[in-house]
Design a protein around this ligand. Structure first.
Ligand code: ARG
Length: 466
């Protein structure tokens, strides 16, 4: 049987937890990661306890120094975490109390219920800021890859069938838009993470005159006007994990975008497409087939989506049946949240690095983009310009395509006579439609893959992201 914990079982319990119980209920094996924020939170709480007269100046100094020393030892890898002390909160407090008698006053007006909510919020705040920068870097890597290949045209696909020509950069910028929405969601989510729950106690606040706003300010829970942001209902505050759930759902959408990008990269890197070449350092080989160079980063990116979705569903399920307020079930939130942040952050970084180490095979792209069928819609627009109703034009061009197929010729090799056999309206200038450069120059609607518009969009993103 393990030694009883001095902080959670003293008094009420005659014995410590059975060894299997300690193993089953511990969270120190994963929540140790919250140590930095646990210490920051405790120092702010102690400063507040001094402010309201619970701690003397000397006691506050001892507690702060004790916590800082412990922090240093943890950072140096010299701190011994104890499973029988359950979690990061009790490990740190118990060690502090061993060293500093005033440590016994630190938990005044506080419960692990509001403490853990505080720690996770502070930890997540930091992760969000890091991820936000990493998303920006990924966007920039895509903009730069597009800018480096600004003249490259590829077929755009619908149903994975060739549809219409687009600039390679336009295709990349589609993802830049997606990651921008992810970024906006992330920043929005931050607002709900950035609210201080400390002072909610176990469930019902405290009878002591705690200064919640002071703690909030100390820990950076403030709005743009430096006004402290504190939770407004103690019961909600200790049992709410919406902020974590929200982050996991933002991450799930980001993972979905990364997975779609990965799928495009995998297709593009295949011999069939051959649009891109990923540098050797960012690919892997086969243990059997010597010729293979596999896009494993992209495949794992696609594969990791499953765990990010899984974490979201696990959290939703974890929360759905909980009566008010704190229940130990909530301890299960951390591994899902940690795994989500770790997975999404590493993936965003590695995908950015992979793209920085990817080159475009201009010849293969040009060959694919030279398929005149990609401009069949332009031919219909030509007829519309001549006054034909679009439905009729669509039909006429369909007949032209069928004729070309029958004659076994590319669309742009049909003679004027052959075109006119479909409809007399076709003029000498009809075949000009198949000039790809001209065709691209004409697509100048906002958001279209036109020569000028794509350049404008690249410039817009460069300015926005720098
Ligand atoms: N390790 C716990 C968790 O992660 C901390 C809160 C425990 N509170 C309690 N009353 N047992 O949720």
């Amino acid at each position: 049987m393990s030694k009883s914990s001095p902080t959670s079982r003293s008094g009420r319990f005659a014995s410590g937890p059975a060894a299997d119980v300690a193993k089953f209920t511990e969270s120190i094996s994963f929540d140790w990661r919250l140590w930095r924020h646990d210490i920051m939170g405790s120092i702010a709480h102690a400063a507040m306890l001094h402010k309201i007269g619970v701690l003397t100046k000397g006691e506050l100094a001892q507690i702060s120094k004790g916590l800082e020393d412990i922090g240093q030892e943890i950072a140096d890898g010299n701190f011994e975490w104890k499973e029988e002390l359950e979690d990061v909160h009790m490990n740190i407090e118990s060690e502090l109390t061993k060293r500093v008698p005033a440590g016994a006053k630190l938990h005044t007006g506080r419960s692990r219920n509001d403490q853990v909510a505080l720690d996770v919020r502070m930890w997540l705040r930091n992760e969000i800021l890091e991820l936000s920068g990493e998303l920006r870097d990924l966007q920039m890597a895509m903009v730069e890859l597009g800018a480096k290949n600004v003249d490259v045209i590829i077929p755009g696909y619908t149903h994975l069938q060739r549809a219409q020509p687009v600039y390679f950069a336009h295709h990349l910028l589609a993802y830049v838009e997606m990651f921008d929405r992810d970024h906006a969601r992330l920043i929005d989510c931050f607002q709900r993470v950035n609210v201080c729950p400390l002072g909610s106690g176990a469930i019902a606040g405290s009878t002591l005159p705690l200064n919640r706003e002071f703690v909030a300010k100390q820990l950076g829970f403030v709005d743009h006007n430096d006004k402290p942001l504190v939770t407004q209902n103690s019961m909600d505050a200790v049992s709410d994990r919406d902020f974590a759930l929200e982050f996991c759902s933002v991450a799930a959408i980001t993972a979905m975008h990364l997975s779609r990008l990965a799928e495009d990269v995998i297709l593009w890197a295949s011999s069939e497409f051959h649009f891109i070449k990923i540098a050797d350092a960012y690919t892997t080989g086969s243990s059997l087939m010597p010729q293979k160079k596999n896009p494993d980063i992209a495949e794992l990116t696609r594969g990791k989506t499953g765990r990010v979705y899984g974490n979201l569903v696990a959290l939703l399920t974890l929360l759905k049946g909980l009566p008010m307020t704190y229940n130990r079930d909530l301890q299960e939130d951390k591994e899902r949240l940690f795994d989500t942040t770790d997975t999404i952050r590493t993936t965003v970084r590695i995908v950015g690095a992979m793209l920085e180490n990817t080159s475009v095979n201009k010849t293969a792209c040009a060959t694919a983009a030279s398929d005149p069928a990609l401009l069949a819609t332009d031919l219909a627009d030509y007829l519309v310009r001549k006054g034909m109703a679009f439905r009729q034009a669509h039909h006429a061009v369909g007949a032209v395509v069928a004729l070309a197929e029958k004659e076994n010729k590319p669309l742009n090799q049909l003679s004027l006579k052959e075109l006119q056999s479909v409809d007399k309206i076709f003029g000498k200038d009809a075949l000009d439609v198949f000039n790809l450069q001209k065709a691209m120059a004409q697509r100048n609607l906002v958001g279209a893959p036109g020569t000028n518009e794509v350049k404008r969009q690249l410039a817009r993103w460069k300015k926005l992201l720098k």
